[in-house]
Design a protein around this ligand. Sequence first.
Ligand code: AHR
Ligand code: AHR
Length: 535
Amino acid sequence: MKHGLLLRRLGATAVLGLTVLLAGQTVSMAAGIGSNGSTTLAVTASLLPCDIYANGGTACVAAHSTTRALFANYNGPLYQVTRASDSTKEDIGVQAKGGYAKAGDQDAFCSGTTCIISIIYDQTSNKNDLAIEPKGGNGAADNGVPADALPVTAGGVKVYGASFSGHMGYRNVVGTMVARNGSPESMYMVTSGNHFNSGCCFDYGNAEISLNDTGNGHMDAINFGNERWSNFTVNGNGPWVQADLENGLFQSETGSSKDTTNTGDTEPYVTAMLKNDGQKNFALKHGNAQSGALSTSYSGPLPTTGFNPTYTPMKQEGSIVLGTGGDNSNGSIGSFFEGVMTAGVASDAVDNAVQANIVSVGYGGKSSTAGGVLSPDSTISLNATTPCCTTRYISQQSGGTAQSGTVVTAVISSASSTSNAQDGTWILRAGLADQTCYSFESRDYPGQFMRHYNFQIYRQPMDGSQQFRADATFCSEPGKVGQGFSFHSYNYPTRYLRHFNNTLYVSSNGGPNNFDTQNVWINDVSWLVTTPWAP
Ligand code: AHR
Ligand code: AHR
């Protein structure tokens, strides 16, 4: 079977455009559709991923990124943000044609309030824009990601990735020109091996237009996380690049891993790739998005035996999903920087050239945050940043029955009693519902944690329930006020740990409760992590 264009190794000095290099060089591959990265392709530096795919004869049908243009001549908007203060929207574009995101526009527009990403635009002419995902067969309508939760650098400039913390997702419900009914396609996304979970399903790719599980082969999406499906066997602890082909996250035609070296991609930036000829074969590749080449973890037949009906041929429907499963199962977390889908199965040479371009971006570390260090199992205190209250620290109330367990801010100093110092001291734990987030255990009452109940914060014993775990888990972000950290609720991700009248709540900016007031909200939700008052 022919699998598009495959080039033999080219001389290192070849710097011609891809069109020239590829002309007439069609060869057959012996097995699979992504056997190995043994071919190289010289590309001019100015070609971006969708230029490379186009020149390989497998054009992008959708291209999404919050960080950069994916065509050298793209000069349009990358994404749209909506701010909380007045619900107005603004498009964030590129700094120059073919360049990186103009994150400064977002910072200016969202200053003094908060923004979510409301649309991630398609950079192809198909207008396959990703909007916040509506209700699906297995999940209520999702939230948009906080727009400023993932500041990183790309091309040496500050940009924002999209940080999904559960109940967040995007969809283009009926995609244009996206593969359907057994047509071949390729896709990749750049994600993070530092931000994942085992919830279903952090996906990017082809899904159902009904947002319901319509059966095997109706999805063809990249999945990334450490969710292990059914009785499939895996190697290591993940997270892995898998294929969500519906009703299963596959690492091979049996579901199980066939690559003992594929123990997971824990790098901060990961390239995840899936290719599927729609009829017989699929391939999975993964690599470090900051350096090196891709590895092929599987290339071979689509699932057949043991699955009824089988996945041959595929029955894709052409909806595009990001951040959830095909039926909007939305228990997953993850990070997204860029991704594309193509028509046709890209050659290995094209895959390699795309990976080289991703590496050339130089995706880089999170912007550093003054205001302390979040180190799991460390003992800390949490200092308010609002001008009224900079002598105050998050404290439990242990005296008196009525107030027992209430969490407040209290003035603490070196003159405070031992008991008061202890009340203002917490042990930072890996999140009870999500290890990439945090839970705050009482220093005085081991086994008791801060949790919200009716949106107020209490110190209560961990009861083992999933409800408690979720209510006691908070995910960190750079502080909304520009220093320290903000912590959003794991199960109410638009609500942040806030003090109001010196009492702790999870508060949404401008929400319905008195403790949601926008006045000094960004200060009230920003906390300095300090050395503990009672080590
Ligand atoms: O295939 C895994 C998941 O199963 C799909 O994403 C979802 O639609 C179904 O619940
Ligand atoms: O929690 C103390 C102050 O009370 C907060 O800064 C403000 O929101 C409210 O007035």
